[in-house]
Design a protein around this ligand. Structure first.
Ligand code: NAD
Length: 328
C-alpha cells in the first residue's frame, strides 16, 4: 500500500524503511500534517502521522475524499486526533500503545540526576575552563522521598529505578498498579503526595482531568524547594504557575521534556529564529531549570518498536480491514 508519512525526519525514514522491508510504498513528506498539507496524501491508502500533527475534522474530511481509510499514528498519545469525526467519516485511527516505557522512565531519572548534581551547568563551565565547584552543590537521591504521579507502564518503571536508588517511593494514581502495590508502594491523594515528596515526577496522560494538574494550588501544597519532573505532556502543568514557583523558591529544581506550546517550537532547528514565546524563554533563564525538546522517547529501541508496530498496524489493515491497535 502507498503510505503518506507526514512530519518525516531522517531518523523516521531510517527506522520505517527497515521495519517495512519493501512491503509498502512509503512516501516521505517533511511537512507537518494540516489542512493545507493533507492533499499531499493523494494516491495513498494510509497516512502515518506524529504526535504534533493535527488530525482534526477538516483533515479527516480531506482524507475521506482522497480515499485514505487509515491514519497510523507513530505515537502512543492521540490527544491530537478528533476521534468523533474519524468515526463519523469511517477513517480508522491506529497507534503504538507501548513501545519502550524504559526509554521514558530512564530519561525522567536522567533529568533528576542532571538537575540534582548541576551537570547541565558543570558541562558548560568545564568547557570554559572554569573548574570552580561553587553553585554545583547537590544532594543524595538515596534516602529521599520520590512521588510518582501515574503508575502505568512508564511510572511503574520509574518506581523500580528509584527503589533501586534507595529512595522512599510514594505514588498517586486513579487506579493503583498491582505491580507497584506488590513492591510495597503506598498510594496517597495528590495533596498528600505533594506535601511528602522531595521529588515529584509526572507520568499520567493529558486528559481534561489532568490539564494543569500542577498549577498554583498544587505548588502551594508542595514541600518547599522540591524537584518537579515532567516527561508526560506539557499541559499537565501550568507553565506560568511553575515560573512563579521557581521565582519564590517553592520549586527548587524543574526538569521539562514537554511544553504546553511545543507544537510551535519542538522537532526543528530554530537556532536562527527569534523565539516569540516569552513564557518559554523565561524558563530558560533559570539556573535550576532544565528543558529538552520532547526527546524522552528517542532511543534506538523505542524507534525500532514504534516503526515495527506502525508497519504491523498498516499491514494488518491492508490484509483484514482492521489495524492491530485501533483507537476507538
Ligand atoms: P499508561 O496508560 O500505561 O499509564 C498512565 C497512568 O496514568 C495510568 O496508570 C492511569 O491510571 C494514570 N492516570 C490517568 N489519569 C490520571 C489522573 N487524573 N491522576 C493520576 N493518574 C492518572 O501510560 P504510559 O505508557 O505510562 O505513558 C504515560 C504518558 O507519558 C503518556 O500518556 C504520554 O503523555 C507520556 N509519554 C511521553 C513521552 C516522551 O517522549 N516525553 C513518550 C511516551 C509517552
Amino acid at each position: 500500500m502507498k503510505i503518506a508519512v507526514f512530519s518525516t525526519k531522517a531518523y523516521d525514514r531510517r527506522f520505517l524503511d527497515a521495519a517495512a522491508g519493501g512491503q509498502h510504498a512509503l512516501d516521505y513528506i517533511e511537512a507537518r500534517l494540516s489542512l493545507q498539507t493533507a492533499p499531499l496524501a493523494r494516491g495513498a491508502g494510509a497516512v502515518c502521522a506524529f504526535a504534533n500533527d493535527r488530525v482534526d475534522a477538516g483533515v479527516l474530511t480531506e482524507f475521506k475524499s482522497l480515499g485514505v481509510h487509515l491514519v497510523a499514528l507513530r505515537a502512543a498519545g492521540y490527544n491530537n486526533v478528533d476521534l468523533a469525526a474519524a468515526k463519523v467519516l469511517g477513517v480508522t485511527i491506529a497507534r503504538v500503545p507501548a513501545y519502550s516505557p524504559a526509554a521514558i522512565a530512564e530519561y525522567a531519572v536522567a533529568l533528576m540526576l542532571a538537575l540534582d548534581r548541576n551537570i547541565h551547568r558543570a558541562y558548560a563551565r568545564v568547557r570554559e575552563g572554569n573548574f570552580a565547584l561553587e553553585g554545583l552543590l547537590g544532594f543524595n537521591l538515596s534516602g529521599k522521598t520520590v512521588g510518582v504521579v501515574g503508575t502505568g507502564r512508564i511510572g511503574a518503571g520509574v518506581v523500580r529505578i528509584m527503589q533501586g536508588f534507595g529512595c522512599h517511593v510514594l505514588a498517586h494514581d486513579l487506579r493503583p498498579n498491582p505491580v507497584c502495590l506488590e513492591a510495597g508502594i503506598k498510594y496517597l491523594s495528590l495533596p498528600e503526595l505533594l506535601g511528602a515528596c522531595d521529588v515529584i515526577t509526572l507520568h499520567c496522560p493529558l486528559t481534561p482531568a489532568t490539564r494543569h494538574l500542577i498549577g498554583a494550588e498544587a505548588i502551594g501544597q508542595m514541600k518547599r524547594g522540591m524537584m518537579l519532573i515532567n516527561t508526560s505532556r506539557g499541559a499537565v502543568v501550568d507553565t506560568a504557575a511553575l515560573i512563579e514557583g521557581i521565582k519564590t523558591g517553592a520549586i527548587g529544581h524543574l526538569g521539562l521534556d514537554v511544553y504546553e506550546e511545543e507544537a510551535k517550537l519542538f522537532f526543528a532547528d530554530r537556532s536562527d529564529d527569534v523565539i516569540g514565546d516569552d513564557v518559554f524563554e523565561r524558563l530558560l533563564t533559570f539556573p535550576n531549570v532544565l528543558v529538552t525538546g520532547h526527546q524522552a522517547f528517542f532511543t534506538r529501541e523505542a524507534l525500532t518498536a514504534i516503526a515495527q508496530t506502525t508497519i504491523e498496524n498498516i499491514t494488518a489493515f491492508e490484509r483484514t480491514g482492521r489495524a492491530l491497535h485501533e483507537v476507538t
